[in-house]
Design a protein around this ligand. Structure first.
Ligand code: FPP
Length: 248
């Protein structure tokens, strides 16, 4: 359990787990080893998130652009995800964790899709942390798929174009029943979103930390939450200080 005392725990934390390759390089190891160590960090952070009351944790496990990596690395990442679900599903289920998968499910290999569906189905009624795995995920692709759904409804005559608003598009996203992330963390010192949750990140706090993902521990995660708690979110409004000073 955590002995963290925070003024505000984010409801939803999303993480771009970056730097596995560089972590391995630094040690003269193959990139694969970085990904392997990355899975250990996944386990630790999932537990840490559940322990401190985070309700949703989204992890960017495989982007729709990651298919461009060498075939050996792609199959290694697939293998790690499969092994994670096979080995950890029972324990996550025991810990009342609900698993959700976002990303394009079309054309996924037959050795991965059934596992993802099984993980969602087994844990669907769980009520502790929701672990959202972004797999074969790209934000522009997600927005385009949501727009195509609206277009099909217009074509079917069940929706009028003039009635389309942001709320409706939001309702067709993969994340439709998941709140927007309060905090997005990217490890490894890179400072960009790389096509991750672009729609949902409209008001997210962004935090870029220098550690490579395999070095991202429970402690680093809680430090990130402390930095988040010290920030003031305004959602386009005024700061509480300005309001207290009686802004006209
Ligand atoms: C980025 O590091 C990391 C990835 C592309 C994959 C992340 C996947 C895992 C940690 C394992 C599987 C996930 C789960 C949820 C079990 P990089 O390879 O781009 O690192 P680099 O930028 O240093 O080369």
């Amino acid at each position: 359990m955590s002995d963290l005392h925070l003024a505000s725990v984010p409801e939803h934390v999303a993480i771009i787990m970056d730097g596995n390759g560089r972590w391995a390089n630094q040690r003269g190891l193959p990139r694969t080893m970085g990904h392997r160590k990355g899975v250990e960090a996944v386990r630790e952070v999932v537990r840490a998130a559940g322990d401190c009351g985070v309700r949703f944790l989204t992890l960017f496990a495989f982007s729709s652009e990651n298919w461009r990596r060498p075939e050996t690395e792609v199959s290694d990442l697939m293998g790690l995800l499969r092994a994670f679900i096979r080995r950890d599903l029972a324990e996550l289920h025991r810990e009342n964790v609900r698993i959700r998968v976002i990303g394009d499910r079309q054309n996924l290999r037959s050795d991965i899709l059934p596992l993802l569906l099984e993980a969602e189905e087994t844990t669907r009624n769980n009520t502790a942390l929701t672990l959202v795995i972004a797999f074969n995920y790209g934000a522009r692709d997600e927005i385009a798929r949501a727009a195509a759904k609206l277009a099909r409804e217009v074509a079917a005559g069940t929706l009028r174009p003039e009635d389309i608003d942001a709320e409706m598009l939001n309702g067709r996203m993969d994340t439709t029943d998941i709140p927007d992330p309060d905090l997005i963390i990217r490890t490894s010192g890179e400072e960009r979103l790389s096509n991750f949750l672009l729609w949902q990140a409209a008001y997210s706090e962004l935090l870029f930390v220098p550690e490579y993902w395999p070095d991202f521990t429970r402690e680093q995660f809680y430090k990130a939450l402390e930095r988040y708690a010290a920030r003031e979110r305004r959602f386009g409004g005024l700061s509480t200080k300005t309001l207290a000073a009686g802004a006209p």
